[in-house]
Design a binder for this molecule. Structure first.
Ligand code: HEC
Ligand code: HEC
Ligand code: HEC
Length: 121
């Protein structure tokens, strides 16, 4: 194998290792970090290896399904009166929108091609 290819390979393996380590460190973002939540609060263990169960979210926050709908505007000017927590999609997983270890996304825009102008905390 030539030298250049070898160096490239080593670089790729190292980058992979760094990303994996970052993911495993489980850094918490936003309000949960400010509230100083620990791993155990969501994962029920201080050495998590897999995703936290949805029941932990609901213990602290409820399922929010009785929330008053809000007016959501789409980029094209259309308006929908709906709650992201109680839509026609029913009760969907919290983590489809709220990313506890990263930047949240609006699942409605990803999955159904809406273009709602709304930020997910
Ligand atoms: C506020 C709740 C919450 C806290 C606190 C929390 N986690 Fe998580 N964690 C989650 C959720 C939810 C997932 C599922 C992935 C996602 O949607 O972000 C997850 C996923 C993970 C995963 C699996 C990631 C993967 O796919 O490889 C690991 C590992 C992890 N967390 C580690 C930690 C560690 C370590 C801590 C403490 C420093 C921690 N978490 C604190 C909610 C939490
Ligand atoms: C141990 C209790 C606890 C658990 C478990 C928990 N949270 Fe929280 N969460 C809090 C606290 C405290 C705050 C900050 C104060 C507030 O907004 O009520 C918060 C804030 C939030 C916010 C507002 C974020 C912001 O930046 O304004 C969202 C969204 C949220 N949590 C979603 C979740 C989801 C989804 C889960 C499950 C993976 C979860 N939480 C698990 C206690 C918890
Ligand atoms: C379809 C996407 C979506 C899903 C799924 C979702 N949320 Fe949210 N959530 C949002 C959006 C958008 C907001 C911000 C609403 C606003 O701006 O008033 C929010 C806000 C919140 C807040 C902060 C509210 C506040 O008063 O600051 C909490 C806590 C929360 N969600 C918890 C949950 C829990 C628990 C679940 C699962 C049972 C869940 N969410 C599922 C989109 C979602």
């Amino acid at each position: 194998m030539n030298r250049k290819l070898m160096l490239l390979l080593i670089a790729a393996v190292l980058t992979g290792a760094v990303f994996a380590a970052e993911k495993r460190s489980g850094e918490i973002t936003g309000a949960h970090a400010e509230a100083e939540l620990g791993c155990t609060d969501c994962h029920a263990t201080d050495k998590p290896v897999k995703n936290a169960p949805q029941s932990s979210c609901i213990e602290c926050h409820g399922d929010r399904s009785d929330e008053t709908p809000m007016v959501l505007k789409e980029k094209n000017g259309l308006e929908f009166t709906v709650s992201p927590h109680n839509s026609h999609a029913g009760q969907i997983r919290c983590t489809l929108c709220h990313k506890l270890h990263g930047k949240s996304i609006l699942y409605c825009n990803e999955a159904c091609h809406h273009e709602f102008i709304l930020t997910v905390p």
